[in-house]
Design a protein around this ligand. Sequence first.
Ligand code: 13P
Length: 252
Amino acid sequence: MSKQIVAGNWKMNLDLNEANQLLQDLIKLEKKFNSNAEVVICPSAPYLSAFAEQLKDHSWIKLGAQNAYFVDSGAYTGEISPLQLKSIGIDYCLVGHSERRDNFDENYEMLAKKSKALINHDVAPIFCCGEQLQVRNSNVYREFVMKQIEDSLFSLSAEEIAKCVIAYEPIWAIGTGKTATADQAQEIHNLIRARLSSQFGENVAKEVSILYGGSCKPENAQELFSQADIDGGLIGGASLKADDFCAISNSF
Ligand code: 13P
């Protein structure tokens, strides 16, 4: 069975004091968070190591990075390796967020290498996919999202892909306040699971958590999470408010 997950993508927000404050606010809410859902936060990279220390006594919050390179070490100034992430106790890492695809030219091949490298170091990739508004309107969005997944994840083995999380984030819904309807999201989630099933088998497809992202908030999370193939959310703006993030975790 796939895990229920709420993951907060803090993006490039918050200075150290603000980030620490948010972490403390979340820790204080422990009893209020849904204990059936895996809670993951992805703060900016400079805070990961200190957060990992602070979370040693609060292991119900898992840490994720927002990006990693695909090589273990070497002359790659400014990059962070999966090996380094694992060495400080990171469990998850976002791969191929649309903001990275758009701003840093991350392509399908690179994302395949990143996913594989993370899995090799036992860091679960949260692989992001999703279409732009013009692709949605041109009605080829189903094929578009399937290709993103096939080209970057289908070189993995069944055992490897079972360790991945997939986040469907339609770009037109990110930071716009315009959420996909539950039906729109479920359609794609169902297609992703069916495609995983035809490629890797039904049991593997059932193992992979498929999250929805894009203006997910306490007001719409319940309807989204009640869909058969939606296993949780990748939350941007609303993850910067501890109470909202907690409320979203209680929307299953
Ligand atoms: P918002 O929740 O702010 O729309 O961001 C979604 C997102 O990009 C999460 O990765």
